[in-house]
Design a protein around this ligand. Structure first.
Ligand code: SF4
Length: 704
C-alpha cells in the first residue's frame, strides 16, 4: 500500500473526535507510536504523520474530518514524507470514500500490528485486545480507563454497534491493575469507560463487583464512570455506589427521549415512568446529594410536538444538572437511517434543542443556587493566573482564588457565586493543631490524648527525632498508644537535612492525613520547623558552593562566626555560633543573596492552625529535665552515644547536639561520668529557656 518508513525524530499529531472512549484510544495510539520513536507535536504542520481518530456518532463530527482534507493536501506538497492515518469509528460508506484520501485506514483493534501495517506490509492483522497496550496518559490527575469496548444494544439511531462491534468486557484483573498503577502514580480521578459501562461482565464479575473490587484499592481517589444504560441500572448497583468510598456523586444517565413511543422506536427498553422511578430511587438513596446529567435527542423521525413536549416535561421533572442535547442526524447502517425518514425539519430540531437547553439552564442554575454558602469537596485540576480551577465531587466546574498551585489536591471550597454552568468559591483552609513547648514539657502525651479524641495523627516537628539510632538522647516517643507518628526515624545521622526539607516532608504528611479525613497534629519543640509550616516560610533554593565550602571548612568555628558577622550582622545575633554547618550555610546563603540568612519570606498560610503551647514554671521544668536525663542514663544513653560515635564520630551536626556532644570528653577520659551527666542537665535547661524565648515571640499561641 505504501513505501512509508518510520525513523528517528519523526513527529506525529493526533486529532481526536468524539467521546472519552476515543480520547482514551488516542492515548493508546500515542503509546504505540512513541514505542516506534515518534515524538508528539501539538502543531499539525510540523507532523510527519497525522492520525485522525474519527467519530461517526453525529454527522458534524464526520463533516469535520472532511474539512481537514485541504490542509492535508497542502502539507503533502510541502513534506513528501507526510502521511495520514484514519482510525476510530468509521462507517462502511465513509470508509470507501475516505480510502481514496487517507494513506492508511487502520482499526484500533489491530493496534499491535500498526508498526508492520504502517510499513506497508501486507499482513493479515487479526483484531486483538488493544486495550492491553499501556496508554500514554494525557493528563496527570485524571485518567480514563476503558473497561469494555463495543455494544450489543442496537439503539436504532446509533452507529456504535457497527463501528465498534459486539460488547467485549476487559478482564477485571487487568482493569484493577491499571487502576492500582494509576493510583500509585498519583492519579486522583479515575473514569471507567464503556459504551454501555454497566453491562460489563467478565467471567462472572459484573459492574457492581468491579466497583467493589476497585473500592479495595488503597489511597484516596475519585471514581466516576460513563455511560451507563438505564436498563442495566440495578438496585445492587445503586447500593454499591452508595456504599463505595471512591465513587463520587455524579451520574450521566442517558434518557434519549421523554416519550414512550419514541423510546420504543429508538429500541430503548424502558419507559419514561421507569426512568423517572430510577432517578427518584437514586436521588433518595443519595439524599439528593447527587448530580445527574443525561443525553437526549430531539427530532427523531416522526417525533411530534406532543412527543417532544414529553421530553420537555421529563427534563423539568428530573431537574438535570447537565445534559448533552443533540439534534437527530441519520447514521448510515443504523436502523433509523435505513428504515425511517428523517422527517423533522432542521429548524424544528433546532428550536426543540434550544427549548431543552433553556429548561436545563434554569434547573442547573436553581440546583447550583442550593450550593451557595456550602462547603464542597473539590479536586483541583489547574492553576490559571490567580485562580485554581477544578471539579467538585458532583462534577461541577469550579474556580477559587489561590496564590498556590494546588493542582492534584483535594480541597474544600465554600461557594460564594453560581451560574448554571460554573461555581465560584473561596478556599477553606484545612484545620491542623500544633502542640509546642520546651523540652520535657509533656507535648507528646498531650498530642497522643488529642489524637485519640479527635481521630488524629501526629507529625513530629523535632529536628533530632528524624534521625535513626538517636533514640534515648532525643527522648523519642516509645509508646505511641496506637497513634501513628510521622517524620520520626526518616534519615541516618550523617545525611543532610534542613528546615526546607522538613517543610516539604511535613506538608506531604499533613496533606496525606487530611486526605484520610483525619486531624493532623504537629508536635515539637523546634521553633523554626513549626514556624515554617505555621507561617508558610519560603526558603531560597541555593545550591551548595563546594569551592566556598572547602575554603570555609579550613576555618575555626570562631573564624566562621566572624566571617558570617561581617556579612550579616543582624543574622549573627540569632545564629547558634557553635554550629559549624549552620554557619557555613549562612555564609553561603547570605553572600549569594546579599541579604540576611534569617530574612523571612512568608507566603499566605496553607492551613487554618490552632497553636497550643505548654507552659511550665521554671523550677518544675528544671526538675523534670533532671529526672528525664537520669532516666535516659538508666535506659542506656552512654551505650547509644558510644555506638553512634564509633560509626559517625562527633563531627556531624546531630552528634554536636545536647545529650550527645557532652560524651566526647568523657570517652576521651577528659571528664568524669558525673560531670558529663550534670553538663547534659545544665545544657538542656539552658536550651529549654531558649526555646521558650523563641516561642514567646509568637502571639498566636494559646498557652496552657
Ligand atoms: S447503548 Fe445504544 S446509544 Fe449507547 S452505544 Fe449502545 S447502541 Fe449506541
Amino acid at each position: 500500500m505504501s513505501d512509508f518508513v518510520y525513523c528517528l525524530h519523526m513527529k506525529y499529531h493526533i486529532i481526536t473526535f468524539g467521546c472519552q472512549m476515543n480520547i482514551s484510544d488516542s492515548e493508546r495510539i500515542s503509546s504505540m507510536l512513541e514505542s516506534l520513536n515518534y515524538k508528539e507535536t501539538s502543531v499539525l504542520k510540523e507532523a510527519d504523520l497525522v492520525v485522525i481518530n474519527m467519530c461517526s456518532v453525529r454527522q458534524p463530527a464526520v463533516d469535520r474530518v472532511y474539512g481537514l482534507i485541504p490542509q492535508f493536501t497542502a502539507l503533502k506538497t510541502k513534506n513528501k514524507g507526510f502521511k495520514t492515518v484514519l482510525t476510530g469509528c468509521i462507517l462502511k460508506p465513509e470508509r470507501t470514500k475516505l480510502n481514496e484520501i487517507f494513506d492508511f485506514i487502520l482499526d484500533k483493534e489491530q493496534l499491535n500490528k500498526w508498526p508492520e501495517l504502517l510499513r506497508g506490509k501486507e499482513i493479515e492483522a487479526k483484531k486483538s485486545d488493544y486495550l492491553k497496550i499501556v496508554p500514554k496518559y494525557k493528563n496527570k490527575i485524571q485518567a480514563l480507563v476503558p473497561i469494555s469496548n463495543g455494544c450489543d444494544n442496537f439503539c436504532t439511531y446509533c452507529a456504535v454497534p457497527f463501528t465498534r462491534g459486539k460488547l467485549i468486557s476487559r478482564n477485571h484483573k487487568e482493569i484493577l491493575k491499571e487502576v492500582n498503577d494509576l493510583v500509585i502514580k498519583g492519579y486522583k480521578e479515575i473514569w471507567l469507560l464503556g459504551e454501555n459501562v454497566n453491562s460489563y461482565n467478565s467471567k462472572g464479575v459484573n459492574f457492581s463487583k468491579l466497583i467493589k473490587e476497585i473500592d479495595k484499592i488503597p489511597g484516596k481517589f475519585w471514581l466516576r464512570f460513563t455511560s451507563p444504560h438505564p436498563k442495566d441500572f440495578s438496585d445492587e448497583l445503586i447500593k454499591t455506589l452508595k456504599e463505595s468510598n471512591k465513587f463520587v456523586p455524579y451520574l450521566n444517565l442517558p434518557v434519549q427521549s421523554g416519550d414512550n413511543i419514541i423510546l420504543r422506536e429508538m429500541n430503548r427498553p424502558y419507559t419514561r415512568e421507569k426512568y423517572l422511578t430510577l432517578v427518584d430511587k437514586i436521588k433518595k438513596v443519595f439524599n439528593n446529594n447527587i448530580s445527574i446529567s443525561t443525553d437526549i435527542i430531539v427530532g427523531f423521525p416522526n417525533e411530534t410536538e406532543e412527543q417532544f413536549k414529553n421530553s420537555e416535561r421529563l427534563m423539568k421533572e428530573v431537574r438535570f444538572d447537565l445534559a448533552f442535547i443533540s439534534q437527530y442526524s441519520p447514521r448510515p447502517q443504523s436502523f433509523s437511517c435505513e428504515k425511517l425518514e428523517d422527517n423533522v425539519l432542521k429548524k424544528i430540531k433546532k428550536r426543540r434543542a434550544i427549548s431543552l437547553n433553556n429548561i436545563l439552564k434554569k434547573t442547573a442554575f436553581e440546583n447550583n443556587q442550593k450550593l451557595l454558602n456550602k462547603e464542597v469537596d473539590v479536586l483541583v485540576l489547574e492553576k490559571d493566573k490567580e485562580y485554581c480551577t477544578g471539579r467538585t465531587d458532583q462534577n461541577k466546574a469550579i474556580r477559587f482564588k489561590s496564590n498556590e498551585d494546588l493542582s492534584g489536591k483535594f480541597v474544600k471550597v465554600k461557594i460564594i457565586k453560581v451560574t448554571a454552568w460554573n461555581l465560584e468559591g473561596i478556599l477553606v483552609k484545612p484545620k491542623i493543631v500544633v502542640i509546642l513547648g520546651s523540652t520535657a514539657s509533656g507535648k507528646t502525651d498531650l498530642a497522643i490524648d488529642l489524637a485519640k479524641k479527635f481521630n488524629g495523627e501526629i507529625v513530629s516537628a523535632d529536628s533530632r527525632t528524624i534521625y535513626r539510632g538517636m533514640d534515648i538522647g532525643t527522648a523519642k516517643p516509645r509508646d505511641t498508644k496506637g497513634v501513628p507518628h510521622h517524620l520520626i526515624d526518616i534519615i541516618s545521622p550523617d545525611e543532610d537535612f534542613n528546615v526546607a526539607l522538613f517543610k516539604q516532608e511535613a506538608i506531604k504528611k499533613i496533606d496525606e492525613i487530611i486526605e484520610k479525613g483525619k486531624l493532623p497534629i504537629l508536635v515539637g519543640g523546634t521553633g523554626l520547623y513549626i514556624k515554617s509550616i505555621v507561617e508558610n516560610l519560603e526558603f531560597p533554593q541555593i545550591k551548595a558552593d563546594e569551592k566556598l565550602r572547602k575554603r570555609l571548612e579550613k576555618k575555626t568555628t570562631e573564624e566562621l562566626f566572624e566571617t558570617y558577622k561581617g556579612l550579616d550582622k543582624e543574622g549573627s545575633e540569632k545564629i547558634d555560633r557553635n554550629n559549624r554547618r549552620r554557619l557555613i550555610r549562612a555564609i553561603e546563603v547570605s553572600s549569594f543573596l546579599n541579604e540576611s540568612f534569617f530574612k523571612e519570606r512568608k507566603k499566605e498560610p496553607i492551613y487554618d492552625i490552632l497553636q497550643i503551647g505548654i507552659k511550665i514554671n521554671k523550677e518544675e521544668l528544671e526538675e523534670r529535665i533532671r529526672k528525664r536525663v537520669d532516666k535516659m542514663i538508666k535506659q542506656g544513653l552512654e551505650k547509644e552515644v558510644k555506638k553512634l560515635s564509633k560509626k559517625y564520630g562527633f563531627i556531624i551536626p546531630p552528634m554536636q547536639t545536647i545529650g550527645y556532644r557532652e560524651w566526647e570528653n568523657y570517652f576521651n577520659k577528659k571528664e568524669t561520668l558525673e560531670n558529663t551527666i550534670e553538663k547534659i542537665k545544665i545544657n538542656t535547661v539552658k536550651f529549654s529557656k531558649r526555646q521558650m524565648t523563641w516561642f514567646k515571640k509568637d502571639k498566636t499561641i494559646n498557652w496552657i
